[in-house]
Design a protein around this ligand. Structure first.
Ligand SMILES: C[S@@+](CC[C@H](N)C(=O)[O-])C[C@H]1O[C@@H](n2cnc3c(N)ncnc32)[C@H](O)[C@@H]1O
Length: 273
């Protein structure tokens, strides 16, 4: 098994990252780490882990490059059409209906591993659309978290290149973006709902009583044990009736799989009942 391979250089490198950047690499799959380390080692012309450890000690700026490579930030607005259609047509309208019938006005959403903001802003656009004139009556909060400080800074700007907005349906592009100097700037009401926070999912949480948690295309790089712990963390962070939305290639594992019920199997949407 790959994780059992004895390789002191590899372990030293992981330890160094824990010490210097407080990121516990043991929670990432070994194969994933080896591929990411190889990218940086090739870039710096270094062939062994020991040499790369020496390089990191003598050139601390390399930590920034390595951290940038460790967090794969690929994302899109409305990533996976069927998932966002299920949210727009079924999950979110039902959530709003339940809030109205209970006389509640607070809606709490968490996008965990939000990268440059496309995911939480897509949800923000849907909520604005669905609430319509009722929007002002609701207190809506979308916590958007990531471990990568750099992507969070760009997310807060809410400015995107034309190729980054290709998936945004045309009416939403016209309603919620303005073209400014070749970049698409999101409008203030959409941005104001979203609160960006730097959270390491291995160690921290965004809070509790969430109505909806999206954690998509993040845990695929985590060990099975970490995935199980994380799904239980999400379970505890949801209020009764709240939803968890996972990535299309991700599978709910561990105890959480017995506690959360699928509402949309193909779209990987689950509910805490
Ligand atoms: C591929 S992006 C997913 C973005 C978005 N959820 C989507 O599906 O389009 C994965 C994100 O997970 C973040 N990430 C990786 N490890 C993390 C950790 N331990 N804690 C929090 N975020 C992490 C990365 O920084 C990256 O932005």
């Amino acid at each position: 098994m790959e994780s059992m391979r004895i390789d002191p250089g590899f372990d030293d490198l992981k330890q160094l990252i824990v010490q210097r950047r407080s990121l516990n690499c043991d929670h990432y799959k070994d194969g994933y780490l080896r591929r990411r380390f190889a990218v940086r080692m090739r870039a710096r012309g270094v062939s062994g882990y020991d040499d790369y450890v020496r390089l990191l000690r003598s050139d601390p700026i390399e930590y920034d490059e390595l951290m940038r490579d460790l967090t794969i930030n690929v994302t899109q607005f409305f990533r996976d059409e069927a998932v966002f259609k299920a949210l727009e047509d079924e999950v979110l309208p039902l959530l709003i209906y339940q809030k109205v019938s209970r006389g509640e006005s607070s809606i709490r959403i968490w996008s965990a591993g939000c990268s440059s903001g496309e995911e939480p802003y897509s949800v923000s656009i849907l909520m604005k659309e669905l609430l319509g004139e009722e929007f002002e009556r609701f207190s809506l909060s979308i916590v958007a978290s990531d471990i990568d400080a750099e992507v969070l800074e760009s997310a807060k700007e809410g400015r995107y290149l034309p190729r980054q907005v290709v998936n945004v349906p045309k009416p939403y592009l016209e309603r919620y973006f303005t073209l400014d100097d070749g970049l698409y700037q999101l409008s203030p009401p959409i941005m104001e709902m979203v609160h960006f926070r730097n959270i390491d999912l291995f160690t921290a949480t965004a809070g509790s009583h969430f109505d909806l948690i999206l954690c998509r295309n993040v845990v695929i790089y985590f060990t099975r044990e970490m995935q199980e712990r994380l799904y239980m963390k999400f379970y505890r962070s949801l209020r009764d009736g709240g939803y968890l939305v996972m990535g299309n290639t991700e599978t709910l594992v561990g105890e959480a799989a017995t506690l959360l019920t699928p509402t949309h199997t193909r779209e990987r949407i689950y509910q805490k009942r």
